[in-house]
Design a protein around this ligand. Structure first.
Ligand code: ATP
Length: 271
């Protein structure tokens, strides 16, 4: 968020803690299309890390590599010191990596409350049999999960829509419910793919505030893709910039926005 000193290797010191996730020399191809080429960067514990770049730069593909939707053909991804580049999405989730999607991916016919409750699935210890019976230990567990979900509903200020089917909600609120579902997983690393896309100014301001609150109050590390530069500059501690699948810049918002390669990339200047 502000200009920070550099360490001895010339990297910005803004990242808050130790390295939580490291992407090293990652390349990803779809047939002949090279979506990511030899990209390296890290995400440090407690920071808000933005991934930006023009359309088709490889940002979503990178998030998909981090949470195990795609497996890069080259390079390595290390999360909390362990290699994770061949990890399946459910294992990433169990390890504390949650994400939201560019286009809202909720169960449209289900209520806000039930959608957020689905985020607790991985935390449920009792099997389906006990849950179905709603008996004994399973009943106790459900009460506990409901309490967490109600806390999230309070936190995101969506009490008034808790019983409504999400398909009927305005888009901005659907994005907020999706954030709630990701929070229900109690993630350590939260990946947000264009959390403000399609929102009006007021909705964007609300979402910015919630993202910062999640970061500050829960200490959740956040990596987000965002096209709105104002939002990126306000929210992020550090920014990595991709263009045509390659990393072209990495640093504080101030460093990145004055980098000529970044300015050219956004203006569409050919190199
Ligand atoms: N599943 C896929 N199959 C084939 N090509 C893909 C696939 N996913 C992405 N690509 C290609 O990889 C490149 C990077 O795409 P990606 O969606 O990661 O970029 P992006 O930076 O997220 O773009 P945007 O800002 O438009 O969402 C593009 O050329 C895209 O067409």
């Amino acid at each position: 968020m502000n200009a920070e000193p550099m360490n001895v290797t010339g990297e910005p010191m803004t990242g808050k803690g130790e390295v939580l996730l490291a992407v090293e020399n990652v390349s990803l191809r779809f047939g002949g299309v090279k979506a990511i080429s030899d990209v390296s960067f890290d995400i440090r514990k407690g920071e808000v890390r933005a991934i930006i770049g023009p359309n088709g730069a490889g940002k979503t593909s990178m998030l998909n590599c981090i949470n195990g939707f795609y497996h890069p053909q080259e390079g390595r991804i290390t999360y909390k010191g362990a290699r994770r580049d061949k990890m399946k999405p459910h294992r990433a989730a169990a390890a504390g990596i949650a994400r939201t999607f560019q286009n809202v991916a909720l169960f449209k016919g289900m209520s806000t409350l039930d959608n957020i409750m689905t985020g607790r699935t991985l935390k449920m210890k009792r099997g389906f049999f006990w849950q179905a019976l709603r008996h004994g230990p399973a009943m106790q567990e459900e009460i506990e999960h409901r309490r967490v979900v109600e806390d999230i509903i309070d936190f995101l200020q969506i009490e008034h829509i808790r019983k409504l089917p999400v398909g009927k909600l305005p888009y901005g609120l659907q994005k907020r419910v999706e954030l709630g579902r990701a929070l229900a997983m109690e993630p350590e690393l939260l990946l947000l793919d264009e959390p403000m896309a399609g929102m009006n100014l007021e909705e964007k301001e609300d979402m910015c505030r919630f993202i910062l609150d999640v970061n500050n109050q829960f200490g959740t590390t956040i990596a987000l893709i965002e096209h709105d530069m104002g939002v990126v500059m306000d929210l992020s501690d550090r920014v990595v910039v991709l263009e045509y699948g390659r990393k072209i810049a990495d640093g504080t918002p101030d460093q990145v926005k004055s980098d000529q390669k970044v300015i050219d990339a956004y203006l569409g200047v050919a190199h």
